[in-house]
Design a protein around this ligand. Structure first.
Ligand code: HEC
Length: 219
């Protein structure tokens, strides 16, 4: 009995000593920022492979670039926008971009709802630039049926996409389809297009010139 008691006692002492040694060993680092001894480093340093990154796992380097999408693929529902956010890009969008969404009653209702959520507070119900927030802006947005009356669909789309002046970009919050639907709505608020006076003057001169030419050639 006595012997047994003694051996249990020595086990206790042994455990206590071992704890002390380990304790001192883990606290004894000179570097104050050191975490001390790491008993299970895997628990601290996740061996998980980072997406599109390079990871070293058990000494092996894993290049997870292999998980990159195949070149040229585009995400479902996403269409790349080719015109850059420059004045040239703006002009080109104005020349070449055409609305791919056919106009109908349903589209107009969707566009009206989008306009109410994202545009009305600055541009106002009728697009006159008198939304509630416009008072807080250093300059109110120009009226759709005023200064912006003849703005082409491509330019409207481009400006909604990238933003313009005090207007932020909407590419992240509105899909391309939603932006095109809004173009229809803005066009409705623009009202019928008016030929700019200078343009009509030019056209008139050209037509008269043509007529003059015709008269000349027939006589
Ligand atoms: C924070 C207020 C604000 C919001 C929100 C806003 N706009 Fe504007 N918008 C402006 C201002 C200010 C301008 C004038 C920008 C300039 O010419 O400097 C403008 C200009 C425009 C133009 C003319 C761009 C051009 O090429 O001249 C269009 C079109 C337009 N906004 C449409 C929209 C639509 C559609 C929405 C909603 C998706 C919207 N805006 C949301 C403030 C806003």
């Amino acid at each position: 009995m006595k012997l047994k008691y003694k051996s249990i006692k020595s086990i206790y002492i042994g455990v206590a000593l071992a704890t002390l040694v380990i304790g001192f060993a883990s606290c004894g680092k000179k570097d104050a920022n050191s975490p001390g001894v790491e008993f299970a480093p895997d628990m601290y340093r996740s061996p998980s492979v980072e997406v599109y990154g390079t990871s070293v796992f058990n000494g092996d380097t894993i290049y997870s670039q292999q998980f990159l999408p195949v070149k040229g693929t585009i995400a479902r529902g996403y269409m790349p926008y080719v015109y850059p956010n420059t004045s040239e890009g703006y002009e080109q969008a104005g020349l070449y971009l055409k609305n791919p969404i056919a106009l109908n009653e349903k589209v107009m209702l969707e566009a009206e709802a989008l306009y109410g959520k994202y545009c009305l507070h600055c541009h106002g119900v009728s697009g006159a630039g008198d939304g509630k927030v416009s008072d807080k802006l250093p300059g109110a947005p120009p009226a759709y049926n005023g200064a912006l009356k003849n703005l082409s669909e491509g330019k409207i789309f481009h400006s909604i996409t990238y933003g313009k002046g005090l207007m932020g970009n909407h590419a992240n919050i509105l899909s391309q389809d939603e932006r095109w639907k809004l173009v229809h709505y803005v066009q409705r608020l623009q009202g019928p297009k008016e030929a700019a006076p200078t343009d009509s003057a030019k056209v008139a001169t050209t037509i008269t010139d043509v007529k003059k030419e015709e008269t000349k050639s027939t006589h």
